[in-house]
Design a protein around this ligand. Structure first.
Ligand code: NAD
Ligand code: UFG
Length: 339
């Protein structure tokens, strides 16, 4: 299939492009590079060409383009016969979304609306959307797809909840379109080649890139946000999922997508605390990660992990990689990465 991947130069998008190409699909990437680099496209080609019998360079096309530019995006739909869209493009920094709500609403909502509209106009049948566990709010763990969603705590989370509602209504109005809302838990790790991975701009907000940068000596020590949560060791519990497992989940969802709206949690179903992750990282890589306990971070919840059984039952997908692989692969990428 010809798959339009918005945000395909980004962290999850680049790993998904590798998985799509390896599965024999053709990818058309639309990314404005606001949080990624053009070199990533070459790295995707390099990874896939290493294992493929034939050169895949002509199975990947890159457009440096803003997804909210409806006219320019229309040209992509005209030039390529798009069979499916995976919509990763979006702004994702929770703290920044509180400071710049309009940028977040505009970028994340308008892009989803334009793409859904283009699917109707150009007869595209499959749409896969990057949602997030954040839409569950502070629910009781494990989070199940059938749960009533609770309010989100920041504009970023709200853009995901709103996009989900928009796409739900679009499917009702356009029964030819199938939509998968994929709710990711906490993606970490990197491709085993060490060529692509998570390289946030500035000081990382998320735990794993912070840990790898402390390990590298780029940052002095980790700040653990609170050790008085009602969890096993008092630190926040999350469902960390290897980005390659997450990428595979997209390929399966796209292949198996049937008409209508389908919601899937993509997580491992296992919770890991901040201190357990630090310990796992130290053991996996033989490196010490100094840390201090500081106050809770505003907006954080105690525990967030998935009931991942629906994706397993309906798609046959399951996360295969454990926390040790996540830590090892994240560190390999960090060591290799040059700014
Ligand atoms: P990322 O920032 O690495 O990738 C997003 C990509 O989209 C970047 O390459 C960026 O340049 C591009 N982009 C942003 N706005 C654009 C626009 N208007 N036009 C064209 N390109 C644009 O982020 P990621 O971690 O790969 O996340 C991908 C998606 O998954 C996002 O929608 C994010 O909200 C969602 N998500 C991420 C996480 C996470 O923890 N990483 C968790 C849940 C959901
Ligand atoms: N944490 C620290 N120190 C840090 C960073 C994080 O102790 O420097 C802790 C947090 O308090 C939390 C855990 O590590 O307990 C994970 O925090 P992250 O910032 O890595 O991830 P979040 O769970 O807060 O949020 C992430 C994405 C969201 C997405 C959500 C989905 O940032 O965009 O996962 O589950 F919505």
């Amino acid at each position: 299939m010809n798959i339009l991947v918005t945000g395909g130069a980004g962290y999850i998008g680049s790993h998904t492009c590798v998985a799509l190409l390896e599965a024999g699909h053709t990818v058309i990437i639309a990314d404005n590079l606001c949080n990624s680099k053009a070199e990533t496209i070459d790295k995707i080609k390099e990874i896939v060409n290493q294992t493929s019998n034939e050169n895949i360079d002509n199975q990947i096309t890159f457009y440096k383009i803003d997804v909210t530019n409806e006219e320019a995006m229309g040209a992509i739909f005209t030039n390529h016969k798009i069979d499916g869209v995976i919509h990763f493009a979006g702004l994702k920094a929770v703290g920044e979304s509180v400071e710049k709500p309009l940028e977040y609403y505009y970028n994340n909502i308008v892009s989803t609306m334009f793409l859904a509209k283009a699917c109707g106009k150009y007869g595209v049948k499959k749409f896969v959307f990057s949602s997030s566990a954040t839409v569950y709010g502070d629910n009781t763990v494990p989070f199940v797809e059938t749960m009533k969603l609770l309010p989100t705590t920041n504009p970023y989370g709200e853009t995901k909840a709103m996009s989900e509602r928009i796409l739900t209504d679009v499917v009702k109005a356009n029964p030819d379109l199938s939509v998968a809302l994929l709710r990711y838990f906490n993606p970490v790790g990197a491709h085993t080649s060490g060529l692509i991975g998570e390289a946030p701009n500035g000081v990382p907000n998320n735990l794993m890139p912070y840990v790898t940068q402390v390990a590298k000596g780029k940052l002095k020590q980790l700040r653990v946000f609170g050790n008085d949560y009602p969890t096993e060791d008092g630190t926040g519990v999350r469902d960390y999922i290897h980005v390659v497992d997450l990428a595979d989940g997209h390929v399966v969802a796209l292949d198996k997508l049937e008409s209508g709206l389908h919601i899937y949690n993509l997580g491992t179903g296992k919770g890991t605390s901040v201190l357990q992750l630090v310990k796992a990282f130290e053991e996996a890589n033989g490196i010490e990660v100094p840390y201090e306990i500081v106050d809770r971070r505003s907006g954080d919840i105690a525990s967030c992990y998935a009931d991942a059984s629906k994706a397993n039952d309906e798609l046959g997908w399951i996360a295969k990689r454990g926390i040790v692989e996540m830590c090892r692969d994240a560190w390999r990428f960090e060591k290799n990465y040059k700014e």
